[in-house]
Design a protein around this ligand. Sequence first.
Ligand code: HEM
Length: 438
Amino acid sequence: MTLPPGPTTPPIIQTMRWIFRPIPFMQQARRKYGEAFSVNFAGFSSPMVMVSSPELVKTVYSNPANSLPAARIALLEPTLGRKSVILLDGKEHLARRKLMLPAFHGERMRSYQEVMEESIDHEIETWPVGVPFPIHTRMQAVTLEVILRAVFGVTDGARLDRLRELLGRTLEDTASLSVQLLTIAGRRFGRDVALPRYKETLRQVDEELAGLIAERRRDTNLEDREDILSMMASAEFADGERMGDDELRDQLMTLLVAGHETTATALAWTFDLLLRSPATLSRLKAEVEEGGDEYLRATITESLRLRPVIPIAGRILAEPIEFDGIRLEAGDNVAPSMWMAHTREDSFPEPLTFKPERFLDNPPETYSWIPFGGGVRRCLGATFAEFEMRVVLTEVLTRCELSLADPAPQRVGRRNITFSPKEGTPVVMLSRPAERRS
Ligand code: HEM
């Protein structure tokens, strides 16, 4: 074994530190061991090598033969199902990506804009004046609504209510530490030990989704519908086959889990950063009120840099790689770390300062800025997420006067696979929101 050295504490201690204090864990290991180091997490038989230099990240992401680490499958398969695009490898993975990509193409975003605007505007109306509330929870409500309407294509009020409640519960369970630990333990010992409540919720979700999919199958105007479910149901693989009902269910759950919490958390962090940076906030407000979006885009890029929502997106190497005295072998588990890549002084001077200006006229480099991973597995919903963030930020900043309810810095907490503001960033809305712009 030629793996680079790393923390020597028992796997259970490393796992607990990764779960509860991930940033200090990475900071200390980077300081002590340098660019690449090996970590050992409980429940997994082999170590994982965390890396962050753009050259190494590029080497890892640009080989499409590199495959998925077992941890991603272990954590997500019980909820997402075996056909999920995020859990397949090789030809099966590429075929699904190809089929789903058109639904996420930049030009399609305009058709989702109205749903996004309506969802955030409706949400803003429910916010209390002068009473603190966590912005993260409110962003979760908005992004869930957007997925239900733009991806699932649900408009019927009663069904929306049912799905909101059921999927909210599923997402809560998927994020819970006990469900995750039981899932990993169950997988390691070859036994299904999932919590009964979680299994029952999933059963109800499957029933609801089966009804929705059956309706789409009966719809004779599928081609005219703009929701992503309809597009997936009518699209064909290269061999002329379509996705079966079970597979449509798996892709719906994938888009929900991959797209809901991530975007909500990215938005919460962006508000958190903005409300602590008055000069940036007023420059941004002035711009969006004028209808511009250049500084808005730079702000989102900077927020995703400084507060990456997903901490790592790893691969199993298909062939050995060598870099700067480090040799990794085929079969090694290598995880580019977003936070470490994004806080390298050589890639981003003053790395811990929130400075959207750094991205004005200067788009981020592909392998230095990796909030969406990379290569053939780069996030399918990246354009969708950034577009939704622009819509939500524009609506909130033009209509609401927010301030932080608690000036203490937010620690990074973990929810499922995301890094999120531990207390959800409590904010106060200072006055009634302004009327919607036409
Ligand atoms: C700010 C919000 C988001 C962040 C930070 C994010 C981040 C990521 C990351 C890190 C990956 C793994 C990439 C890799 O392994 O290289 C990923 C994959 C994926 N994401 Fe996102 N995501 C976001 C929003 C979304 C949205 C809105 C959707 C869809 C509605 C979505 C759908 C997916 C899918 C389907 C994959 C799997 C791609 C594949 O394996 O080929 N994501 N995302």
